[in-house]
Design a protein around this ligand. Sequence first.
Ligand SMILES: NC(=O)c1ccc[n+]([C@@H]2O[C@H](COP(=O)([O-])OP(=O)(O)OC[C@H]3O[C@@H](n4cnc5c(N)ncnc54)[C@H](O)[C@@H]3O)[C@@H](O)[C@H]2O)c1
Ligand SMILES: N[C@@H](CCO)C(=O)O
Ligand code: NA
Length: 439
Amino acid sequence: MKAIQVGLLGIGTVGSGTYKVLTRNQEEIRRRAGRAIEITMVADLDVERARSIVGDGIKVVADGREVIANPDIDIVVELIGGYGVAKALVLEAIAAGKHVVTANKALLAVHGNEIFAAAREKGVMVAFEAAVAGGIPIIKALREGLTANRIEWIAGIINGTTNFILSEMRDKGLDFDVVLKEAQRLGYAEADPTFDIEGIDAAHKATVMSAIAFGIPMQFDKAHVEGIVGLQAADIRHAESLGYRIKLLGITRRRADANGIELRVHPTLVPAKRLIANVEGAMNAVVVQADAVGTTLYYGKGAGAEPTASAVVADLVDITRLHTADPDHRVPHLAFRADSLSDTPILPIAQTVTAFYLRLRVADEAGVLSRITTTLAEHDISIDAVLQRPSSDQKAGEQDLIILTHNTVEGKMRTAIAKMQALSTVLAPIVSLRKEDLA
Ligand SMILES: NC(=O)c1ccc[n+]([C@@H]2O[C@H](COP(=O)([O-])OP(=O)(O)OC[C@H]3O[C@@H](n4cnc5c(N)ncnc54)[C@H](O)[C@@H]3O)[C@@H](O)[C@H]2O)c1
Ligand SMILES: N[C@@H](CCO)C(=O)O
Ligand code: NA
Protein backbone atom coordinates (compact mmCIF):
# COMPACT_ATOMS: atom_id res chain seq x y z
CA MET A 1 0.00 0.00 0.00
CA LYS A 2 1.17 3.53 -0.77
CA ALA A 3 2.87 5.33 2.13
CA ILE A 4 0.97 8.04 4.02
CA GLN A 5 2.70 11.30 3.13
CA VAL A 6 3.38 13.83 5.84
CA GLY A 7 4.33 17.49 5.47
CA LEU A 8 6.09 19.15 8.42
CA LEU A 9 5.57 22.84 9.10
CA GLY A 10 8.49 23.86 11.34
CA ILE A 11 11.48 21.65 12.09
CA GLY A 12 12.86 23.02 15.35
CA THR A 13 13.07 21.03 18.60
CA VAL A 14 9.89 18.97 18.17
CA GLY A 15 10.04 18.84 14.37
CA SER A 16 13.54 17.40 14.32
CA GLY A 17 12.59 14.91 17.07
CA THR A 18 9.61 13.84 14.97
CA TYR A 19 11.80 13.31 11.91
CA LYS A 20 14.28 11.23 13.94
CA VAL A 21 11.70 9.01 15.66
CA LEU A 22 9.75 8.39 12.47
CA THR A 23 12.94 7.50 10.59
CA ARG A 24 14.50 5.35 13.31
CA ASN A 25 11.33 3.36 14.09
CA GLN A 26 10.01 3.29 10.51
CA GLU A 27 9.64 -0.48 10.35
CA GLU A 28 7.81 -0.92 13.68
CA ILE A 29 5.54 1.99 12.85
CA ARG A 30 4.70 0.49 9.44
CA ARG A 31 3.82 -2.84 11.09
CA ARG A 32 1.59 -1.06 13.61
CA ALA A 33 -0.11 1.38 11.25
CA GLY A 34 -0.56 -1.05 8.37
CA ARG A 35 1.36 1.17 5.98
CA ALA A 36 4.47 3.30 5.91
CA ILE A 37 4.33 6.89 7.19
CA GLU A 38 6.87 9.17 5.51
CA ILE A 39 7.78 12.82 5.82
CA THR A 40 8.06 13.89 2.20
CA MET A 41 8.07 17.68 2.54
CA VAL A 42 9.25 20.18 5.16
CA ALA A 43 8.66 23.93 5.45
CA ASP A 44 10.85 26.03 7.72
CA LEU A 45 11.97 29.66 7.50
CA ASP A 46 15.51 28.40 8.08
CA VAL A 47 15.75 26.29 4.94
CA GLU A 48 19.47 25.55 5.36
CA ARG A 49 19.10 24.20 8.89
CA ALA A 50 16.06 22.18 7.84
CA ARG A 51 18.03 20.64 4.96
CA SER A 52 20.91 19.80 7.27
CA ILE A 53 18.46 17.78 9.40
CA VAL A 54 16.58 15.87 6.68
CA GLY A 55 19.19 15.65 3.92
CA ASP A 56 18.53 15.99 0.19
CA GLY A 57 15.90 13.27 -0.21
CA ILE A 58 13.08 15.40 1.24
CA LYS A 59 11.79 18.57 -0.36
CA VAL A 60 12.46 21.62 1.85
CA VAL A 61 10.72 24.95 1.32
CA ALA A 62 10.40 28.18 3.30
CA ASP A 63 6.65 28.66 2.88
CA GLY A 64 4.21 26.29 4.60
CA ARG A 65 1.60 27.05 1.94
CA GLU A 66 3.60 25.06 -0.59
CA VAL A 67 3.26 22.00 1.64
CA ILE A 68 -0.49 22.51 1.98
CA ALA A 69 -0.86 22.98 -1.78
CA ASN A 70 0.85 19.67 -2.51
CA PRO A 71 -1.96 17.21 -3.37
CA ASP A 72 0.18 14.21 -2.35
CA ILE A 73 0.41 15.32 1.28
CA ASP A 74 -2.15 13.50 3.46
CA ILE A 75 -1.27 14.91 6.90
CA VAL A 76 0.11 18.34 7.81
CA VAL A 77 2.05 18.54 11.10
CA GLU A 78 2.17 22.05 12.58
CA LEU A 79 5.25 22.51 14.81
CA ILE A 80 5.82 26.25 14.41
CA GLY A 81 4.00 27.41 17.54
CA GLY A 82 2.11 30.59 18.43
CA TYR A 83 -1.26 31.90 17.29
CA GLY A 84 -0.27 33.85 14.18
CA VAL A 85 1.02 32.04 11.14
CA ALA A 86 0.35 28.67 12.80
CA LYS A 87 -3.37 29.43 13.01
CA ALA A 88 -3.56 30.55 9.40
CA LEU A 89 -1.68 27.46 8.19
CA VAL A 90 -3.75 25.02 10.26
CA LEU A 91 -7.00 26.53 8.94
CA GLU A 92 -5.67 26.49 5.37
CA ALA A 93 -4.58 22.86 5.72
CA ILE A 94 -8.06 21.93 6.97
CA ALA A 95 -9.68 23.87 4.14
CA ALA A 96 -7.50 21.92 1.72
CA GLY A 97 -8.85 18.67 3.22
CA LYS A 98 -5.66 17.67 5.05
CA HIS A 99 -5.63 16.00 8.45
CA VAL A 100 -3.64 18.01 10.98
CA VAL A 101 -1.37 17.08 13.88
CA THR A 102 -0.24 19.86 16.19
CA ALA A 103 1.71 20.24 19.45
CA ASN A 104 0.47 23.80 19.78
CA LYS A 105 -1.51 24.07 23.03
CA ALA A 106 -1.58 27.88 22.83
CA LEU A 107 -3.35 27.69 19.49
CA LEU A 108 -5.85 25.06 20.66
CA ALA A 109 -6.66 26.68 24.01
CA VAL A 110 -7.37 30.03 22.35
CA HIS A 111 -8.68 29.08 18.88
CA GLY A 112 -9.53 25.38 19.30
CA ASN A 113 -13.30 25.86 19.00
CA GLU A 114 -12.92 27.51 15.60
CA ILE A 115 -10.35 24.97 14.43
CA PHE A 116 -12.42 21.93 15.47
CA ALA A 117 -15.54 23.40 13.85
CA ALA A 118 -13.65 23.87 10.58
CA ALA A 119 -12.28 20.31 10.80
CA ARG A 120 -15.73 18.81 11.38
CA GLU A 121 -17.09 20.74 8.45
CA LYS A 122 -14.36 19.26 6.23
CA GLY A 123 -14.48 15.77 7.79
CA VAL A 124 -10.78 15.85 8.74
CA MET A 125 -9.03 15.02 12.01
CA VAL A 126 -7.03 17.40 14.19
CA ALA A 127 -4.85 15.42 16.61
CA PHE A 128 -2.98 17.02 19.50
CA GLU A 129 -1.54 14.48 21.95
CA ALA A 130 1.75 16.40 22.07
CA ALA A 131 0.00 19.57 23.17
CA VAL A 132 -0.61 18.42 26.76
CA ALA A 133 2.13 16.87 28.90
CA GLY A 134 4.25 16.10 25.83
CA GLY A 135 4.98 12.38 25.62
CA ILE A 136 2.49 11.31 28.31
CA PRO A 137 -0.58 9.91 26.51
CA ILE A 138 -2.97 11.96 28.63
CA ILE A 139 -5.27 13.01 25.78
CA LYS A 140 -5.69 9.35 24.85
CA ALA A 141 -6.31 8.44 28.50
CA LEU A 142 -8.92 11.16 29.04
CA ARG A 143 -10.73 10.79 25.73
CA GLU A 144 -10.67 7.02 25.41
CA GLY A 145 -9.27 5.11 28.38
CA LEU A 146 -11.48 6.88 30.95
CA THR A 147 -14.53 7.24 28.73
CA ALA A 148 -16.71 5.18 31.12
CA ASN A 149 -16.18 7.67 33.92
CA ARG A 150 -17.59 10.87 35.25
CA ILE A 151 -14.37 12.79 35.81
CA GLU A 152 -14.31 14.73 39.07
CA TRP A 153 -11.02 16.59 38.98
CA ILE A 154 -7.64 16.72 37.30
CA ALA A 155 -4.48 18.17 38.85
CA GLY A 156 -1.22 18.20 36.98
CA ILE A 157 2.36 19.34 36.84
CA ILE A 158 2.05 20.22 33.19
CA ASN A 159 4.89 22.66 32.65
CA GLY A 160 8.34 21.10 32.66
CA THR A 161 10.22 24.41 32.68
CA THR A 162 8.69 25.65 35.95
CA ASN A 163 8.95 22.27 37.66
CA PHE A 164 12.60 22.15 36.62
CA ILE A 165 13.13 25.67 38.02
CA LEU A 166 11.41 24.86 41.35
CA SER A 167 13.36 21.59 41.73
CA GLU A 168 16.78 23.04 40.91
CA MET A 169 16.22 26.10 43.11
CA ARG A 170 15.24 23.88 46.03
CA ASP A 171 17.86 21.14 45.61
CA LYS A 172 20.86 23.09 44.40
CA GLY A 173 20.08 26.56 45.73
CA LEU A 174 20.51 27.92 42.18
CA ASP A 175 19.10 31.28 41.12
CA PHE A 176 15.90 31.53 39.10
CA ASP A 177 17.60 33.09 36.06
CA VAL A 178 20.36 30.48 35.89
CA VAL A 179 17.89 27.60 35.92
CA LEU A 180 15.61 29.26 33.37
CA LYS A 181 18.55 29.60 30.96
CA GLU A 182 19.32 25.90 31.40
CA ALA A 183 15.67 24.99 30.66
CA GLN A 184 15.90 27.06 27.48
CA ARG A 185 19.14 25.34 26.49
CA LEU A 186 17.52 21.93 26.96
CA GLY A 187 14.63 22.90 24.65
CA TYR A 188 11.90 22.78 27.35
CA ALA A 189 10.97 26.46 27.44
CA GLU A 190 8.50 28.16 25.11
CA ALA A 191 9.79 30.62 22.51
CA ASP A 192 8.62 33.30 24.95
CA PRO A 193 9.56 31.86 28.38
CA THR A 194 7.17 34.22 30.19
CA PHE A 195 4.50 31.76 28.97
CA ASP A 196 6.17 29.15 31.19
CA ILE A 197 7.01 31.16 34.29
CA GLU A 198 3.76 33.11 34.39
CA GLY A 199 1.68 29.93 34.21
CA ILE A 200 0.20 30.68 30.78
CA ASP A 201 1.51 27.50 29.14
CA ALA A 202 0.14 25.38 32.00
CA ALA A 203 -3.19 27.21 31.68
CA HIS A 204 -3.31 26.42 27.95
CA LYS A 205 -2.88 22.74 28.78
CA ALA A 206 -5.33 22.81 31.70
CA THR A 207 -7.87 24.45 29.37
CA VAL A 208 -7.51 21.58 26.88
CA MET A 209 -7.86 18.93 29.62
CA SER A 210 -10.86 20.70 31.13
CA ALA A 211 -12.66 20.76 27.79
CA ILE A 212 -12.05 17.05 27.19
CA ALA A 213 -12.84 15.97 30.74
CA PHE A 214 -16.11 17.86 31.07
CA GLY A 215 -17.28 18.18 27.47
CA ILE A 216 -17.17 21.98 27.43
CA PRO A 217 -15.73 24.31 24.78
CA MET A 218 -12.16 25.61 25.18
CA GLN A 219 -12.31 28.64 27.52
CA PHE A 220 -8.77 29.83 28.15
CA ASP A 221 -10.04 33.36 28.76
CA LYS A 222 -11.89 32.10 31.88
CA ALA A 223 -8.86 30.36 33.41
CA HIS A 224 -7.30 31.87 36.55
CA VAL A 225 -3.54 32.03 35.95
CA GLU A 226 -0.68 32.59 38.38
CA GLY A 227 2.95 31.61 37.77
CA ILE A 228 5.99 31.11 39.95
CA VAL A 229 7.55 34.55 39.55
CA GLY A 230 6.48 35.94 42.94
CA LEU A 231 7.23 32.77 44.89
CA GLN A 232 9.60 33.37 47.83
CA ALA A 233 12.26 30.98 49.11
CA ALA A 234 10.99 31.49 52.70
CA ASP A 235 7.60 30.03 51.78
CA ILE A 236 9.16 27.03 50.05
CA ARG A 237 11.08 26.36 53.30
CA HIS A 238 8.09 26.88 55.62
CA ALA A 239 5.97 24.60 53.42
CA GLU A 240 8.65 21.90 53.68
CA SER A 241 8.78 22.18 57.45
CA LEU A 242 4.99 21.70 57.56
CA GLY A 243 5.20 18.57 55.38
CA TYR A 244 4.30 20.14 52.01
CA ARG A 245 5.95 20.79 48.65
CA ILE A 246 5.07 23.74 46.44
CA LYS A 247 4.27 22.77 42.85
CA LEU A 248 2.84 24.78 39.98
CA LEU A 249 -0.37 22.87 39.33
CA GLY A 250 -2.98 23.10 36.61
CA ILE A 251 -6.29 22.15 38.20
CA THR A 252 -9.77 21.66 36.82
CA ARG A 253 -12.60 20.44 39.01
CA ARG A 254 -16.30 19.77 38.59
CA ARG A 255 -18.27 21.57 41.30
CA ALA A 256 -21.74 20.09 41.41
CA ASP A 257 -22.55 22.23 44.50
CA ALA A 258 -21.91 25.44 42.51
CA ASN A 259 -23.04 24.15 39.09
CA GLY A 260 -19.70 25.08 37.59
CA ILE A 261 -16.16 24.08 36.81
CA GLU A 262 -12.95 25.37 38.38
CA LEU A 263 -10.07 26.06 35.98
CA ARG A 264 -6.91 27.46 37.53
CA VAL A 265 -3.12 27.42 37.53
CA HIS A 266 -1.14 28.53 40.59
CA PRO A 267 1.65 27.50 42.93
CA THR A 268 0.09 24.97 45.30
CA LEU A 269 1.09 23.32 48.57
CA VAL A 270 0.74 19.56 48.17
CA PRO A 271 1.35 17.03 50.98
CA ALA A 272 4.95 15.80 50.57
CA LYS A 273 3.80 12.18 50.78
CA ARG A 274 1.74 12.40 47.56
CA LEU A 275 3.44 10.89 44.49
CA ILE A 276 2.88 14.10 42.55
CA ALA A 277 4.76 16.11 45.20
CA ASN A 278 7.85 14.06 44.35
CA VAL A 279 7.84 14.70 40.62
CA GLU A 280 11.09 16.54 40.01
CA GLY A 281 12.97 18.28 37.21
CA ALA A 282 11.28 18.63 33.83
CA MET A 283 9.03 15.62 34.46
CA ASN A 284 5.26 16.04 34.22
CA ALA A 285 2.54 14.20 36.11
CA VAL A 286 -1.24 14.33 35.92
CA VAL A 287 -3.61 12.94 38.56
CA VAL A 288 -7.16 12.23 37.44
CA GLN A 289 -9.97 11.51 39.90
CA ALA A 290 -12.91 9.75 38.29
CA ASP A 291 -15.97 8.07 39.74
CA ALA A 292 -15.55 4.48 38.55
CA VAL A 293 -11.80 3.98 38.35
CA GLY A 294 -10.86 6.22 41.29
CA THR A 295 -7.49 7.93 41.16
CA THR A 296 -5.10 7.36 38.26
CA LEU A 297 -1.68 8.96 37.77
CA TYR A 298 0.18 9.60 34.52
CA TYR A 299 3.89 10.38 34.72
CA GLY A 300 6.62 11.03 32.17
CA LYS A 301 8.48 13.55 30.09
CA GLY A 302 6.32 16.52 29.21
CA ALA A 303 8.87 18.35 27.07
CA GLY A 304 11.92 17.82 24.90
CA ALA A 305 12.45 16.72 21.31
CA GLU A 306 11.86 12.96 21.31
CA PRO A 307 9.37 12.69 24.20
CA THR A 308 7.15 15.21 22.41
CA ALA A 309 7.80 13.52 19.06
CA SER A 310 6.56 10.27 20.61
CA ALA A 311 3.11 11.88 20.90
CA VAL A 312 3.24 13.50 17.44
CA VAL A 313 4.06 10.16 15.80
CA ALA A 314 1.36 8.36 17.81
CA ASP A 315 -1.14 10.83 16.34
CA LEU A 316 0.22 10.14 12.84
CA VAL A 317 -0.37 6.41 13.40
CA ASP A 318 -3.90 7.06 14.72
CA ILE A 319 -4.78 9.14 11.68
CA THR A 320 -3.27 6.56 9.34
CA ARG A 321 -5.49 3.89 10.87
CA LEU A 322 -8.64 6.03 10.91
CA HIS A 323 -8.53 8.26 7.88
CA THR A 324 -10.73 5.99 5.79
CA ALA A 325 -13.30 5.64 8.61
CA ASP A 326 -16.60 7.47 8.50
CA PRO A 327 -15.92 10.74 10.44
CA ASP A 328 -18.83 9.81 12.73
CA HIS A 329 -16.91 6.75 13.90
CA ARG A 330 -13.84 8.67 15.00
CA VAL A 331 -13.19 9.86 18.56
CA PRO A 332 -14.65 13.41 18.75
CA HIS A 333 -12.07 16.17 19.18
CA LEU A 334 -13.32 17.07 22.66
CA ALA A 335 -14.24 13.47 23.59
CA PHE A 336 -17.93 14.37 23.66
CA ARG A 337 -19.83 14.71 20.41
CA ALA A 338 -19.82 18.27 19.14
CA ASP A 339 -23.62 18.57 19.39
CA SER A 340 -23.49 17.34 23.00
CA LEU A 341 -21.12 19.84 24.54
CA SER A 342 -22.17 21.27 27.89
CA ASP A 343 -22.66 24.92 28.80
CA THR A 344 -21.63 24.45 32.46
CA PRO A 345 -19.75 27.67 33.21
CA ILE A 346 -16.19 28.11 34.44
CA LEU A 347 -16.49 29.55 37.96
CA PRO A 348 -14.86 32.87 38.84
CA ILE A 349 -11.83 32.40 41.12
CA ALA A 350 -13.75 33.98 44.05
CA GLN A 351 -16.03 30.90 44.05
CA THR A 352 -13.16 28.41 44.11
CA VAL A 353 -12.80 26.25 47.22
CA THR A 354 -9.31 25.43 48.54
CA ALA A 355 -7.34 25.43 51.77
CA PHE A 356 -4.79 28.22 52.27
CA TYR A 357 -1.28 28.81 53.55
CA LEU A 358 -0.86 32.33 54.93
CA ARG A 359 2.31 34.06 56.08
CA LEU A 360 1.93 37.28 58.04
CA ARG A 361 4.78 39.47 59.25
CA VAL A 362 3.48 40.69 62.60
CA ALA A 363 4.58 42.80 65.57
CA ASP A 364 5.69 40.52 68.40
CA GLU A 365 3.18 41.75 70.99
CA ALA A 366 0.23 40.51 73.02
CA GLY A 367 -3.13 40.07 71.30
CA VAL A 368 -1.85 39.91 67.72
CA LEU A 369 -2.63 36.25 67.16
CA SER A 370 -6.10 36.55 68.65
CA ARG A 371 -7.02 39.50 66.39
CA ILE A 372 -5.99 37.46 63.37
CA THR A 373 -7.77 34.27 64.38
CA THR A 374 -10.88 36.32 65.21
CA THR A 375 -10.86 37.88 61.74
CA LEU A 376 -10.58 34.44 60.13
CA ALA A 377 -13.40 33.08 62.31
CA GLU A 378 -15.63 36.04 61.37
CA HIS A 379 -15.29 34.92 57.74
CA ASP A 380 -16.06 31.23 58.49
CA ILE A 381 -12.44 30.26 57.91
CA SER A 382 -11.30 27.48 60.19
CA ILE A 383 -7.65 27.05 61.12
CA ASP A 384 -5.77 23.79 60.67
CA ALA A 385 -2.35 24.77 62.07
CA VAL A 386 -0.44 27.84 63.28
CA LEU A 387 3.34 28.26 63.47
CA GLN A 388 5.30 31.18 64.87
CA ARG A 389 8.76 31.72 63.49
CA PRO A 390 11.43 34.41 63.84
CA SER A 391 10.93 36.81 60.93
CA SER A 392 12.93 35.70 57.90
CA ASP A 393 15.01 38.90 57.98
CA GLN A 394 15.58 38.47 61.75
CA LYS A 395 14.23 41.87 62.79
CA ALA A 396 13.77 42.31 66.55
CA GLY A 397 10.15 42.78 67.64
CA GLU A 398 8.76 41.07 64.52
CA GLN A 399 7.84 37.52 63.74
CA ASP A 400 6.32 35.45 60.97
CA LEU A 401 3.00 33.83 61.62
CA ILE A 402 2.26 30.89 59.36
CA ILE A 403 -1.30 29.66 59.22
CA LEU A 404 -2.80 26.69 57.41
CA THR A 405 -6.56 26.80 56.98
CA HIS A 406 -9.17 24.21 56.13
CA ASN A 407 -11.08 24.50 52.88
CA THR A 408 -12.76 27.85 52.35
CA VAL A 409 -14.39 29.83 49.57
CA GLU A 410 -11.72 32.06 48.02
CA GLY A 411 -13.90 35.19 48.08
CA LYS A 412 -14.19 34.96 51.88
CA MET A 413 -10.46 34.48 52.21
CA ARG A 414 -9.79 37.56 50.06
CA THR A 415 -12.03 39.69 52.29
CA ALA A 416 -10.40 38.31 55.45
CA ILE A 417 -6.91 38.99 54.06
CA ALA A 418 -7.87 42.59 53.28
CA LYS A 419 -9.12 43.04 56.88
CA MET A 420 -5.97 41.48 58.39
CA GLN A 421 -3.77 43.53 56.11
CA ALA A 422 -5.36 46.69 57.53
CA LEU A 423 -4.37 45.79 61.12
CA SER A 424 -1.57 48.05 62.39
CA THR A 425 0.23 45.00 63.78
CA VAL A 426 0.51 43.36 60.33
CA LEU A 427 3.75 44.82 59.02
CA ALA A 428 4.17 43.52 55.44
CA PRO A 429 2.03 42.26 52.55
CA ILE A 430 0.40 38.96 53.55
CA VAL A 431 1.57 35.99 51.50
CA SER A 432 -1.23 33.59 50.56
CA LEU A 433 -0.87 30.33 48.69
CA ARG A 434 -3.49 27.70 47.96
CA LYS A 435 -3.17 24.22 49.42
CA GLU A 436 -4.69 21.06 47.97
CA ASP A 437 -4.86 17.68 49.62
CA LEU A 438 -5.35 15.80 46.32
CA ALA A 439 -6.74 12.78 48.14
N1 LIG B 1 9.83 22.01 22.89
C1 LIG B 1 9.02 21.20 23.56
O1 LIG B 1 9.44 20.46 24.45
C2 LIG B 1 7.55 21.19 23.25
C3 LIG B 1 6.73 20.24 23.89
C4 LIG B 1 5.36 20.20 23.59
C5 LIG B 1 4.83 21.09 22.69
N2 LIG B 1 5.66 22.02 22.10
C6 LIG B 1 5.05 22.90 21.10
O2 LIG B 1 5.55 22.51 19.83
C7 LIG B 1 5.61 23.62 18.96
C8 LIG B 1 7.03 23.77 18.43
O3 LIG B 1 7.91 23.95 19.50
P1 LIG B 1 9.50 23.82 19.34
O4 LIG B 1 10.03 23.78 20.73
O5 LIG B 1 9.82 22.73 18.40
O6 LIG B 1 9.82 25.24 18.70
P2 LIG B 1 11.14 25.69 17.89
O7 LIG B 1 11.22 27.15 18.04
O8 LIG B 1 12.28 24.83 18.30
O9 LIG B 1 10.76 25.31 16.38
C9 LIG B 1 9.91 26.08 15.58
C10 LIG B 1 10.40 26.00 14.14
O10 LIG B 1 9.44 26.65 13.31
C11 LIG B 1 10.15 27.42 12.35
N3 LIG B 1 9.28 28.51 11.90
C12 LIG B 1 8.96 29.66 12.52
N4 LIG B 1 8.10 30.39 11.80
C13 LIG B 1 7.85 29.67 10.69
C14 LIG B 1 7.05 29.90 9.53
N5 LIG B 1 6.32 31.01 9.39
N6 LIG B 1 7.04 28.95 8.57
C15 LIG B 1 7.80 27.83 8.70
N7 LIG B 1 8.58 27.58 9.77
C16 LIG B 1 8.60 28.48 10.74
C17 LIG B 1 11.39 27.90 13.08
O11 LIG B 1 12.42 28.24 12.14
C18 LIG B 1 11.74 26.68 13.92
O12 LIG B 1 12.61 25.79 13.23
C19 LIG B 1 5.13 24.81 19.80
O13 LIG B 1 3.75 24.97 19.61
C20 LIG B 1 5.39 24.36 21.23
O14 LIG B 1 4.55 24.98 22.17
C21 LIG B 1 6.99 22.07 22.35
N1 LIG C 1 7.42 24.84 27.58
C1 LIG C 1 6.71 23.63 27.83
C2 LIG C 1 6.99 22.64 26.73
C3 LIG C 1 6.08 21.45 26.76
O1 LIG C 1 4.78 21.78 26.39
C4 LIG C 1 7.14 23.06 29.18
O2 LIG C 1 8.11 23.55 29.76
O3 LIG C 1 6.48 22.14 29.67
NA1 NA D 1 0.52 14.14 25.73
